[in-house]
Design a binder for this molecule. Structure first.
Ligand SMILES: Nc1nc2c(ncn2[C@@H]2O[C@H](COP(=O)(O)OP(=O)(O)OP(=O)(O)O)[C@@H](O)[C@H]2O)c(=O)[nH]1
Ligand SMILES: [Mg+2]
Length: 342
């Protein structure tokens, strides 16, 4: 039982009438979701295209100067240097073939190359996560720096999983602050998930242990473990993650099946740095990139997909429960460039 068995499929047949969706309703919902995604990524899109427009203003063919400016556009859109260089090289190759390429084609070409890059990144993503044994809970440990959106992401996930008919257990292994435990409790109550907690200051590994035991005994489908925000350079805190992990494996072999790193997308380049440090210090099997709404730095998703080869499972486009989305690279590109053939 892998990630998508748990997170994508509804476990219960749609019995309640309200759950039965007609094809039209499903299509309507899809359109609405794309619109919300478009709205969430609006600032990234506007930023990218206004810069792009400036880069080609008054120029008719894609020449070296235009490519230089395009490079700057991508870097300042937080795509990251390495990924930008890759994209520019590919466009250069196309320009070499077609010397009179019109600047009006640049947008489509850029789109094509980003799609190709993200497809390649997806194809080479490792499946680092482990499968859960049939009948045992699927365990996700959530990690990241302070304020990245871990607790919120867990709350949203719990609500979505409950809605899909799953039995959800949440472990409050961020025992640093009482407020952190209470914040998680609010989300758990709202979602209708069971939360296992101890006093503030207690051992996070012990909370994780209790949570898994309770989840196992009660036949939970999914366990979400919240952890305290930590800086990658605090060795003690990084080691604590290893301890939490190890303890979980004692209750449920293979657990945690997934270690999800939550990155604040609005920090742009900093998110790259965090991803680098965390993946070096601990095993990370998936990413969630939050706060893409209200930021022009959404280009990070492209760069991070390309650089890390770890699946971006979720993106956050707002504080609301429904504003955590399973990441779909086509929908993402469509939100940035508008609908197109690919
Ligand atoms: N706009 C927006 N805000 C978000 C999103 N995800 C989280 N937030 C906000 O970011 C802030 C921090 O989120 P938390 O979930 O508390 O972050 P955390 O990683 O648990 O933080 P610590 O527990 O302090 O390490 C909160 O105000 C959230 O509402 C998002 O996708 N969009
Ligand atoms: Mg938190």
């Amino acid at each position: 039982m892998g990630f998508f068995d748990i997170f994508k499929k509804k476990s219960q047949p749609a019995s309640a009438e309200s759950d039965v969706q007609t094809i039209e309703q499903a299509e309507e919902q899809k359109v609405q979701e794309q619109q919300e995604l478009n709205t969430g990524l609006e600032r990234t899109k506007t930023g990218l295209f206004s810069k792009l427009a400036r880069a080609v203003a008054g120029r008719s063919t894609v020449d070296a100067d235009v490519l230089d400016d395009l490079e700057e556009v991508l870097i300042t859109s937080d795509v990251g240097v390495e990924t930008t260089v890759k994209i520019i090289e590919r466009i250069e190759q196309r320009v070499a073939r077609d010397k009179y390429m019109n600047t009006s084609e640049l947008q489509q070409i850029l789109r094509d190359e980003i799609v190709a890059l993200m497809d390649e990144a997806h194809a080479t993503e490792g499946n680092f996560g482990l499968d859960a044994k049939e009948g045992e809970p699927y365990v996700v440990m959530v990690v990241g720096v302070n304020g990245a959106g871990k607790t919120t992401t867990i709350g949203k996930l719990a609500a979505q999983l409950k809605k899909a008919g799953k039995k959800v257990w949440i472990g409050a292994a961020d025992t640093f602050r009482a407020a952190a435990i209470d914040q998680l409790q609010v989300w758990a109550d709202r979602a209708g998930a069971t939360m296992i907690r101890q006093e503030m200051g207690s051992d996070p590994a012990s909370v994780a242990f209790d949570t898994l035991q309770s989840a196992k005994a009660n036949g939970a489908d999914v366990v979400l473990i919240d952890t305290a925000g930590r800086l990658h350079n605090k060795i003690g805190l990084m080691n604590e993650l290893t301890k939490i992990r190890n303890v979980m494996g004692k209750v449920i072999p293979n657990a945690p099946h997934e270690v999800m790193l939550v990155l604040d997308g609005s920090t742009g380049q900093n998110a790259f740095e965090q991803a680098k440090q965390f993946t070096q210090a601990t095993q990370v099997t998936s990413l969630a990139i939050t706060k893409l709404d209200g930021t022009a730095k959404g280009g990070v998703v492209i760069g991070i997909s390309d650089q890390f080869h770890i699946p971006v499972r979720y993106i956050g486009i707002g504080e609301g429960v429904d504003q955590l989305r399973i990441f779909d690279r086509r929908d993402f590109i469509n939100a940035l460039f508008g609908d197109a053939k690919n």
